[in-house]
Design a protein around this ligand. Structure first.
Ligand code: SF4
Ligand code: ZN
Length: 158
């Protein structure tokens, strides 16, 4: 986030924001194999004995300890790459990077609307231009919970 602020002044980011709901996320085209995904079941899944974990869309077991190393490119695969690994395309990777950057900017823009003091409140969301940001700050430790009413727009727990 600091890098985004350093590279682009906040006023420029704010001015650049097109009012509207956030777009759907593109493929998460990171360094993992394109068959890799992670199933996150959260604390509820863990409590009911379903902790989730790494998945492989072509059915190779990557759940053993350290088993996802083979899903990464060298040097992270530790000399044992998976023979079924397939890359995302450069276009897919570029789209994902742009999405991540945009999401960071969205967080900065939306977060800038939350008052620095106070226990709780509701403000218009400057990022999507149509939602309301509901926020609450814990008196005991200052932790902030905030979320925009527009789906996929903005939420934070800090
Ligand atoms: S690298 Fe191999 S094990 Fe990992 S997700 Fe891809 S195909 Fe599955
Ligand atoms: Zn919003």
């Amino acid at each position: 986030m600091a890098e985004v602020i350093r590279n682009r002044p906040l006023a420029e980011i704010l001015a650049d924001y097109v009012v509207g709901p956030p777009p759907r996320a593109p493929l998460k085209a990171n360094e993992h194999c394109r068959h890799y995904s992670y199933r996150n079941t959260g604390i509820r899944g863990f409590m009911r004995g379903d902790p989730g974990g790494p998945q492989c869309a072509v059915g190779i077991d990557n759940t053993e300890p350290g088993g996802t190393a083979k899903c990464m490119p060298p040097p992270y695969c530790e000399g044992r790459p998976c023979g079924r690994r397939e890359e995302y395309t450069e276009d897919e990777r570029a789209a994902w990077k742009a999405h991540v950057r945009r999401a960071m900017e969205r967080s900065i823009v939306a977060g800038s609307a939350i008052p620095r003091e106070g226990d709780s409140g509701e403000v218009a969301c400057p990022a999507c231009g149509e939602g309301r940001i509901l926020w609450a700050r814990a008196r005991i430790n200052g932790h902030l919970h905030a979320t925009c009413t527009t789906p996929r727009c903005f939420s934070v727990m800090s």
